[in-house]
Design a protein. Sequence first.
Lengths: 325, 325, 367, 367
Amino acid sequence: MKLTMVEAINQALEQEMSEDERIIVMGEDVGKNGGVFRVTDHLQARFGETRVFDTPLAESGIIGTAVGMAIYGLRPVAEIQFAGFLYVSMNQLVSQAARIRFRSAGTYGCPLVVRSPYGGGVRTPEMHSDSLEGAFLQTPGLKVVLPSNPYDAKGLLAAAIEDPDPVIFLENIKLYRSFRQEVPAERYTIPLGKAAILEEGSDVTVISYGGMMPVAQEAIKRVKEKNGASIELIDLRTIWPFDEETIITSVEKTGRAVIVTEAPRAGGISAEVTAVINDHCLYSLLKPVARVTGYDTPFPPPGLEDNYMPTPARVARAILETLDN
Amino acid sequence: MKLTMVEAINQALEQEMSEDERIIVMGEDVGKNGGVFRVTDHLQARFGETRVFDTPLAESGIIGTAVGMAIYGLRPVAEIQFAGFLYVSMNQLVSQAARIRFRSAGTYGCPLVVRSPYGGGVRTPEMHSDSLEGAFLQTPGLKVVLPSNPYDAKGLLAAAIEDPDPVIFLENIKLYRSFRQEVPAERYTIPLGKAAILEEGSDVTVISYGGMMPVAQEAIKRVKEKNGASIELIDLRTIWPFDEETIITSVEKTGRAVIVTEAPRAGGISAEVTAVINDHCLYSLLKPVARVTGYDTPFPPPGLEDNYMPTPARVARAILETLDN
Amino acid sequence: KAERKRGVPLSIQELVSEAEVPYQILNEDGQLIGSPPDIAPDRLMEMYRWMYFIRAFSNKIVALQRQGKATTWGALNGHEASSVGFAAPLLPQDWIAGSYRDAGSYFVKGLPPAMVAYYQRGLPPHYPAEAHCLPVQIVIGTQMLHATGLAMAAKIKGDPAVVVGLCGDGATSEGDVNEALNFAGVFKAPIVFGFINNGWAISLPRSRQTAAKTLAARGPAFGIPSRLVDGNDLFAVYATVQEAVDRARNGEGPTLIEAITYRLGAHTTADDPTRYRSQEELDEWNAKEPIKRLRLYLMSCDMLTEAEDTRIAAEAEADALATVEEAANTPAPPPESIFDMTWQNISPRMEQQRTAMKHELEEGEGL
Amino acid sequence: KAERKRGVPLSIQELVSEAEVPYQILNEDGQLIGSPPDIAPDRLMEMYRWMYFIRAFSNKIVALQRQGKATTWGALNGHEASSVGFAAPLLPQDWIAGSYRDAGSYFVKGLPPAMVAYYQRGLPPHYPAEAHCLPVQIVIGTQMLHATGLAMAAKIKGDPAVVVGLCGDGATSEGDVNEALNFAGVFKAPIVFGFINNGWAISLPRSRQTAAKTLAARGPAFGIPSRLVDGNDLFAVYATVQEAVDRARNGEGPTLIEAITYRLGAHTTADDPTRYRSQEELDEWNAKEPIKRLRLYLMSCDMLTEAEDTRIAAEAEADALATVEEAANTPAPPPESIFDMTWQNISPRMEQQRTAMKHELEEGEGL
Ligand SMILES: Cc1ncc(C[n+]2csc(CCOP(=O)(O)OP(=O)(O)O)c2C)c(N)n1
Ligand SMILES: Cc1ncc(C[n+]2csc(CCOP(=O)(O)OP(=O)(O)O)c2C)c(N)n1
Ligand SMILES: [Mg+2]
Ligand SMILES: [Mg+2]
């Protein structure tokens, strides 16, 4: 059936919950209201208020109690209403969830999934559009997943819930309903930490994830129309730990790479992917790795966001420049 | 006079406070107790309880109220007792302090300095040894300073307090009292965002900051003894915004670079510096930029930390490998 | 038993020890059941006009949002008495830090309403510094610590300024709000905390936000005197806030005031409240709404006629329209202004990025 | 007026409304002033031995730290009655989540003390899962949310388990602790919150931590019944915790207990309390310390002789020594175990890093 990303995630939650009694869904407005984006719609009606419940308005409280529940043996799927508020619970995420296994030398795990919508381009107020994923590269112990389409979203969420360690699952707001895709009715998983090669090519590698995938695809289309270049497109899907092997293999082949992310430039995924290419593929590199990113400023007010976020034209120009000899 | 870093910082605070009435010092145990490392020793006796005061035990409260005070027109210097607890106040740092100017379109600034001890090698418990600075590359609006010696600490802290925007000032615990250095009695500033070239050289550039500087220096000594290489050593001093120009000029000259940090590897300063070298010096690079860093795990318990943190031998081996043709 | 309390401010002991009845001066029917605060007739009429304006303004923004001309908006309907009552007792040197739902308080304090309309266009508003209104921030509850810091700073500097910190019932669950109460108590900061309890935090009713009977009960937990008031009663809110502001200005420290009101609209233009609350509840609160009862009171004491009221309503409409038009005609800043808004002295790298952004703008969206 | 309350548990109304007197059964001189909880004599002697052991163990770690053989340690002296009293009423299925200062409670609950000694060597302890003690975490107050989550989970699963969450007076200022109280209230979680008020948070006295008279006053703010007890009185702590545990197990929800005790030692081995507190205060509290008064009581009712007491003290010493020796003889894990402690399934990159670390270990510190 063709599903939007919201529907695919909802289906994943429903299927996982019906297979595993330990899974509970919690967060602000996830119950009767079904989440502000309706991602948890109908779940409370189906699974009851014990397994799907609204919490008080406190993000540290949500993650902190979810950590306790995960240690106890449940599999909490906690929603933070917008990713911009993850920082309110930063200590619970980074210094707690990410370290339960470490601190207990393996006695306890923390099988927790934190779902949160993120990303710009939909004219939301402050803190509703930010891409925080890059900060979580410097916070060992957390996995970070950003699906770019309904099919992946369903399979990656199932894998995230199954994972014995904490996973931050970031859902791009713009992608929630922007298109439908064929999604199998039955349950399936997509392994965390594995990228997808969406288009094969030999001239340049474009690496992106989440909400920037359609932008990268449109850019590639334009470049191809212009010069017929052969472009490889990698969707990271998991940004920590990311799939170094796929990147390295591709860049060793193409010798050129362009990374696209709407997150700020400094020290995020664009930096680490560039560094990994440096670590492993330097001698194959024909041009500097291009980084098409947000700027080193806070995410702008909605009226100014269009010029902050990478656009197809900006990405296309970077690809062209990278192809240039 | 020869001062330890603790003494130099204490002197900077005292001098700045006596010159500018707007400066206040606040935090846990900073008053009578003079801070757990005695960095604020005697300040309360000298300036009174109105300007130097203990707060309740709440890091978000400390930074959040300091933001209000900074908006009002004071110049708060807030201490977070150990950098590992910065995450408790992450929202106030990243989503508030860093955005006051932005949110008010320039009506208000947030001239706030957050001081905090950090770093491993002194057998502290969990959360007391962590290097978090790299995460603040993905959080636009904050400056991040890490002095590596008493002289720099004094001048950089004065500049940080003078700065119209929020600065996180991280003090390496191991360096607090490990050596003394001649520090001028009078007030001076060292500009934020400028690196120092500590040793000039032409074969390889070693880039580090904070607590890793002595490790880098010892490593360089060993390599020089071994093969007489000419090694340039850069102390970043400010890691955001860092001094790209100095790095680029140096690496264009040497064609080789080694970055040393005790922070986890992924996505931190080691990644961004590597990416900047990629952006600007790719065609000068003779070898991949080497990254000698902490590993992608939480900081270990004290009994296991020695093998986590870069050692002189590990850094020296990386330099040798980078020099190798 | 509850009845006997009406018209008498409750002490905190009573608050905590038994079921609560909010302090009320003007009841739902516009009748005085206590003694009204000392407000000059002109000033009272001005406050009444503000209440009308706040509603008209909010309705206007909702309409604009429906036309795609404004970003998500949380309607102010129902909050008019609380909004005016928390701001009207303040002096120019005083400050307010509130949430999106407190725009009405900001207007009364002196923020040009066009600033809010401009913000709703998705643009960065230049709050005039002298209004002493903290630009609204979105992380629920967090401004309460800023408010406390402002008050601590005023005290440190010896200024006779008082701060009003406002947040909703949902916000009281955030750690920051509790830390703010605690800091204010410890430092005896000159602050008035207003918990604007409108019954809902999006879809969560007050009863599920905390097991405590009242939010005012948070006061004694942090050593702060607290009061419970009917937030739809301008007189009760004004009188209580005035008293708390006086206390703060006299160096007697913080006060917590819970104002019980109701969110008559959707949470925001993105919300559908029929999913989670009943029409009966809404009807009940519509009957208790704040403008009506003040109108009845003003008419009953001959301060207002039907005709005047109609005129005031029309003027509010016209003002609201003029306000959004002013905002619509205020030019947007160039996209590259985001760099200068980040730091006073931007880095060389940001200079380069600004140049690059301008270059991108020139290149445009074609390839 | 205060006197009349001694020996009678206070209701929350009384707590909030007037100056507080903690509930006491066994006074400073070892005399019963209320009726003692129903504890079998053998069990009581066991608890007494635990108190001795806790003190001996803590003193031993302090000594080791001075010899450079242990990392920073926060002494337990003075906390013995609270530590035992909060843990003794628990059943095996129950949980405790506490701070570094609650090691004594963990021992009583079933954590082998050698685990703590091993941790003090700077090594990662393998807490046996069946002890149901959360590994101590260092971010003050944060474990209270984990405790609440454990309790919520027990309730969700329908298990008859109760959780005790412990933190200090300083911790109560953290947002997390207040959020924990609020969640527990809303979800009626089977939890007992213990605020172990030892008068100080490093150098900050309780009076500067919050303006509230008691920490117990936090209870009604979040709809949670609360109690104030003398934390140096094993009977008062035990009886109150037992009652709260029973309530929780019966589905009646959370209870908050503030236990007033005193930190007789330095904050940690890195602290010098003479900088901020007086000898007089210390003397006063030494006179009220918990072991002495239980000893006097046990002797007064012929459950203990001087000779037995001397033997118990010597046994505690010997046990403490054996414990630290056991820990000293437990091998350290290899450095590369940090990778496997991070994730159950480590990434290829971490595999490479593990190999690289082993390589570094082989290469050694020479060049
Ligand atoms: C930290 C944080 N969490 C969640 C949200 C999303 N959110 C926006 S408003 C709101 C409810 C606020 O309720 P309340 O405090 O009662 O204020 P009201 O909207 O009723 O005026 C929520 C959950 C947010 N903005 N910030
Ligand atoms: C979040 C956080 N802030 C600061 C510290 C440093 N610190 C360790 S113990 C302590 C005082 C704790 O006081 P209290 O809660 O009363 O416990 P006690 O030590 O008295 O048992 C502080 C400030 C910390 N560990 N975590
Ligand atoms: Mg509300
Ligand atoms: Mg204490």
